[in-house]
Design a protein around this ligand. Sequence first.
Ligand SMILES: [Zn+2]
Length: 252
Amino acid sequence: MSVREHLLALYRLQKIDTAAQELERGGAVIPERIGEVERSVDALRVDLGHLNAEADAQRAQQRELELQISEETNKHRQWKRRLNDIKSPREYQAMSRELESGERTVRAFEESVLQIMQDLETKQAVIDEKAKVLREKELESNEKVRDLRERAAQIATDVADARAGRHAVIATLPENLVTRYEQVRKQRRGIAVAVVEGGKCGGCNVTLRPQAVVELLRNTDIQTCPLCHRILVPDELLKDGASSSDSASAAT
Ligand SMILES: [Zn+2]
């Protein structure tokens, strides 16, 4: 194969790799998107979890107060019975003062229980509303994640399709040239082949020496850009050789 044919093959290889790379870039953001969707639902779930925990703590507090109320009330009942047997007025007064203070405590506990019940009622309404929103969001996000996964799978198929002709092109090139192509591609963000147009490198836009352009047009050797080191393909070569080779690559 001539240098001219090698250059055309490298140009075709670059087109295949660029197409696959662009598809991959589109697919690369998908895992992050999936993460965003899942995180937004997680935030709602955590929020609801906090509210439920608060409500549970308040219910426990309510039970504790109710227990104390019943214990206190029982105690007071016993005190009242004993009050009738007390003969000393001083002892009677002391006991009834204690009873009164105990009853005040019970009333305070009862007010606390009432307050908790009101809070719980308000909180439960918020919890119910948030749980409803969460269920809706879960359905919505499941659908979104499913769509994104389908898109990722489709892109993987498209990438494979885009790369289908790669091996056939590589088979026509000498191994050292393929190695060079791969090295430059790695160093130059996926672009190893630059088309020279109007004496300028299409990769980095540097103006090439006139002598270099003349040599390039002779197609006697593989030339690289002195600045970006990309493999140079003269646009003239694509003008006369492209129509046949392009249709050939499109057909494969
Ligand atoms: Zn360059």
